[in-house]
Ligand binder design. Structure first.
Ligand code: ATP
Length: 238
């Protein structure tokens, strides 16, 4: 309470046929958080993130990002949000550098600015030497890094990442973490999903725990950690 919020959903709801995937979720993320959305496979994390980022239409409820209603005002929210979807749909026949330039173009960023930002991001992601290689030849870690660079190109205030560390080699994972830490240190907000509780405990200052389409715990890492009944439940769950 009293936090300015980067994200707030109210009663977010989605069903696929008879199956309720997300059953009325009130997700809250304070501004500037490094937030983790954690829960086992099938908990509803991807479905929730997809509705928050405007990729999947909710059956009910609402989503605000930076105080803007995502489903009422999708155009206004677009400039503030960066997304790293689970199955990165990247143009594999482009080089890393071309991919960034293409993303800058569709975002309507001026060409010189795209070039400047792209070179900076390629360096930060340790991709400068691979910038002219085709994305199809990138490793999983490199793909996640180029996707993160593309998502950061327009300097969004809130970044959503679905399982960003899955299948990523340790060195690339460290780079991703460093970039995300610097990004939140500058006041921006990160929300990422994971089924690995240890990872979320190591990285996050804010945690939302999902199971069976519901938030079962939510708060600062200390609050969620201090919840012993929850910890017992998590041992069986995540
Ligand atoms: P994972 O890490 O495995 O992706 P998750 O927590 O992200 O898990 P979701 O992918 O959101 O969970 O899935 C929640 C539930 O909704 C699951 O039972 C899943 O089978 C179902 N579901 C998700 N997408 C669809 C879809 N397009 N059609 C039918 N059922 C779906």
């Amino acid at each position: 309470a009293g936090h300015p919020e980067a994200v707030r959903t109210r009663g977010l709801y989605k069903r696929f046929g008879q199956q309720v995937a997300v059953g009325g979720v009130d997700l809250v993320v304070p501004l500037g958080s490094f937030a983790g959305l954690v829960g086992p496979n099938g908990a509803g994390k991807t479905t929730t993130l997809s509705m928050i980022t405007g990729l999947l239409m909710p059956d009910g409820g609402s989503v605000e990002v930076g105080g803007i209603d995502v489903w009422r005002d999708p155009v206004a929210v677009k400039a503030h949000v960066g997304v790293l979807p689970e199955g990165l749909r990247l143009f594999e026949r482009l080089s890393g550098r071309e991919l960034l330039s293409y993303n800058g173009q569709i975002r309507g960023i001026p060409k010189e600015e795209v070039t400047r930002r792209a070179e900076e991001l390629l360096r930060v992601m340790d991709l400068a030497d691979s910038a002219d290689k085709l994305v199809v030849d990138y490793s999983t870690g490199m793909r996640k890094k180029i996707a993160l660079a593309a998502a950061l190109l327009h300097n969004p205030k809130v970044l959503f990442l679905d399982e960003p560390f899955e299948g990523v080699d340790p060195v690339s994972a460290n780079t991703l973490v460093e970039v995300l830490r610097r990004y939140t240190a500058s006041g921006s907000t990160v929300v990422f999903s994971s089924h690995v509780m240890e990872l979320v405990e190591r990285l996050c200052d804010w945690v939302s725990v999902m199971n069976h389409g519901h938030i079962v715990a939510q708060g600062t890492l200390a609050e969620v950690r201090g919840d012993h009944t929850l910890n017992d439940a998590l041992l069986h769950l995540v």
